[in-house]
Design a protein around this ligand. Structure first.
Ligand SMILES: [Zn+2]
Length: 458
C-alpha cells in the first residue's frame, strides 16, 4: 500500500482546542493521490486546520468533538457536476423512451403542468437527502426557480452551484431568454455571498438557445466571473437537427460564437469527432461525463479515454433522477471506469484514483473552486465522507481507494461532513426529517399521477 510521508503543521496555541478532530484509519487526500494511514483531520470554523498522524493529533489537540473512524476510509466529499435536482419528483415517470421523445412527450409537458417554486424546493430537498446519504457534498444544478433550490440546499446543509438557466421558450419560471437571464441574475445577487451557494450561467443547450442569447451569456459570464454550463452533443438526433438548422454541428457554432474557453463546461459530449476533441482541448474546455444517463436514454457512450488522452478536465454527473434514475456519483465512478476499459479493451484505463479525482478535485477545478473544495487539504472547506471497510463485502482490504470505486456502494457511506458540520453520522442523516420528506414525495406522486391520468401531452 502506498503511503507517503506528511509533515504535520504546528498550530498556534489558540487553535489547540479546535471544533472537531476526525481520526481515520485511511485518509485519501486526493491531491497527489496521497493515501495516509492512521492520520487525523483537524477542523476549525468549517475549514481544515491541520492534517497529521493520529498519535500526534491525540497528544496535541483537545478538540470539542472527536470522531473515531477506526475501520474507515475518509475521502473528499463527492461532487455531482451535473444534475437537475428538482426532477427527483419525476424519477421513473418516463422510462425506456429515446431522449427526444422522453423530453418532448413526457418531461416538458409534465414540467409545464407542475414546475413551480414549491416543486423545485421539494424536489431539491429530496435530491439533497439522497445525494448527502451517498457521500455527495456539492452539486452543480441546472433548473428553474434557483431561489427555491438555494433554500432547499441551505436547509439540507449542502453545497449547491445553481444554474442561471436560459432557454428561448417560455415556461412557468420565465417568459423568454431575457426574462430567464434577468431572474437568474437577481437570484445570483441574492445568494452568491452565501458560503453554501454558487452559480453558473446555464444555457440549456445549443438547440434551445439562440446566437444572440449565447452572446449575452458570454458577456455576463465574463462580468460575473462564472462558468458556462450547458448540454452538448448528447445524442445523434440533436446533432442532425442542429446541422439542418444551423448548417454545422453544435460545437462548431459555439466556437464561432466565442463561447469556448476554460470557463466552458460541456455536459455529455457523447458524440465527438476527433477534431472536436482537439478543439475542446485547444480551448481548455471542460466536460461532464454522465454515463448512466447516456446509457439509459440510449444516447451512446462518451469517449472518456480519448478526451482524457487529450488532457481535457472531466468531472462526473448523474443528470437528473428522471433519466438516471439514481443520484449516485459513487456508482458513476465505477460505471465510467468499466465502460472506458471495456470500450477500449484496455484494463489500465481510468484507474480507481483517477476516477476519485474526477469526482472530487477535478470537478472542483472545473467549477473554479479548487482553492476551497475537492480535496482534504489544509485551508479548504471540511467537506468529507467516509465508508466503512470492515464489512463482509469489503474485507479483506488491500487498496482502500480501489474498494471505494470498484467494491463499495453508496450504502457503505457512513459519515458525511459539509463545512465541518456532520450531515450523516453512522449512516443516519442528521438534519433531514425523513418522515416529513417522504410525505412530501407522496404528495407530489399523487399530483404527477393526476397529470398522467389527464394525459399531459398538452
Ligand atoms: Zn442534463
Amino acid at each position: 500500500m502506498s503511503r507517503k510521508p506528511h509533515v504535520a503543521s504546528i498550530a498556534p496555541e489558540s487553535a489547540r482546542h479546535p471544533d472537531l478532530v476526525i481520526h481515520a484509519r485511511y485518509l485519501a487526500q486526493v491531491e497527489n493521490d496521497n493515501l495516509l494511514e492512521h492520520y487525523s483531520v483537524v477542523v476549525q470554523r468549517g475549514r481544515i486546520l491541520d492534517i497529521l498522524p493520529s498519535a500526534l493529533a491525540r497528544e496535541y489537540y483537545q478538540a470539542k468533538e472527536c470522531v473515531e473512524l477506526d475501520e474507515h476510509l475518509l475521502f473528499p466529499g463527492l461532487i455531482n457536476l451535473h444534475t437537475h435536482a428538482a426532477m427527483s419528483l419525476l424519477r421513473g415517470v418516463a422510462d425506456d423512451l429515446p431522449m427526444m421523445r422522453w423530453l418532448k412527450e413526457r418531461i416538458w409537458p409534465l414540467e409545464s403542468a407542475l414546475v413551480s417554486h414549491e416543486f423545485t424546493h421539494d424536489g431539491t430537498r429530496l435530491a439533497c437527502a439522497e445525494m448527502l446519504k451517498g457521500g455527495v457534498t456539492t452539486f452543480n444544478d441546472m433548473y428553474f426557480f434557483p431561489d427555491a433550490a438555494a433554500t432547499a440546499a441551505v436547509e439540507a446543509g449542502m453545497r449547491a452551484i445553481l444554474g442561471i438557466t436560459v432557454l428561448e421558450f417560455s415556461g412557468n419560471y420565465a417568459s423568454d431568454a431575457a426574462d430567464y437571464l434577468h431572474k437568474g441574475v437577481e437570484s445570483f445577487e441574492r445568494w452568491h455571498a452565501h458560503p453554501l451557494i454558487g452559480f453558473c450561467l446555464a444555457p440549456h443547450a445549443p438547440y434551445s438557445v439562440s446566437d444572440t442569447t449565447f452572446e449575452r451569456i458570454q458577456t455576463l459570464a465574463a462580468q460575473l466571473a462564472l462558468p458556462i454550463h450547458t448540454h452538448l452533443h448528447e445524442n445523434h438526433d440533436e446533432i442532425r437537427e442542429h446541422l439542418e438548422t444551423y448548417g454545422c454541428r453544435p460545437l462548431y457554432r459555439l466556437k464561432r460564437l466565442g463561447v469556448l474557453g476554460p470557463q466552458f463546461i460541456g455536459v455529455h459530449a457523447t458524440h465527438l469527432l476527433p477534431d472536436e476533441i482537439e478543439t475542446l482541448a485547444e480551448y481548455g474546455c471542460n466536460l461532464v461525463h454522465c454515463p448512466a444517463s447516456n446509457l439509459k436514454l440510449g444516447c451512446g457512450i462518451a469517449p472518456l479515454a480519448d478526451v482524457r488522452r487529450a488532457g481535457i478536465h472531466v468531472g462526473l454527473g448523474t443528470d437528473s433522477a428522471a433519466s438516471n434514475n439514481r443520484l449516485d456519483i459513487l456508482a458513476e465512478t465505477r460505471l465510467a471506469s468499466l465502460l472506458a476499459k471495456g470500450v477500449n479493451q484496455d484494463a489500465g484505463l481510468c484507474a480507481a484514483w483517477e476516477m476519485l479525482r474526477m469526482a472530487t478535485l477535478e470537478a472542483a477545478i472545473i467549477l473554479g473552486r479548487e482553492e476551497s473544495l475537492g480535496s482534504i487539504t489544509v485551508g479548504k472547506w471540511a467537506d468529507m465522507a467516509a465508508i466503512r471497510l470492515d464489512t463482509l463485502s469489503l474485507l479483506p482490504c488491500y487498496h482502500p481507494v480501489s474498494h471505494l470505486v470498484y467494491g463499495a456502494g453508496r450504502e457503505d457511506v457512513s459519515h458525511v461532513w459539509v463545512g465541518g458540520e456532520a450531515r450523516v453520522f453512522d449512516k443516519v442523516p442528521l438534519n433531514i426529517d425523513v418522515t416529513h420528506l417522504k410525505n412530501i414525495a407522496r404528495l407530489w406522486q399523487n399530483r404527477v399521477v393526476s397529470c398522467l391520468k389527464m394525459d399531459v401531452r398538452l
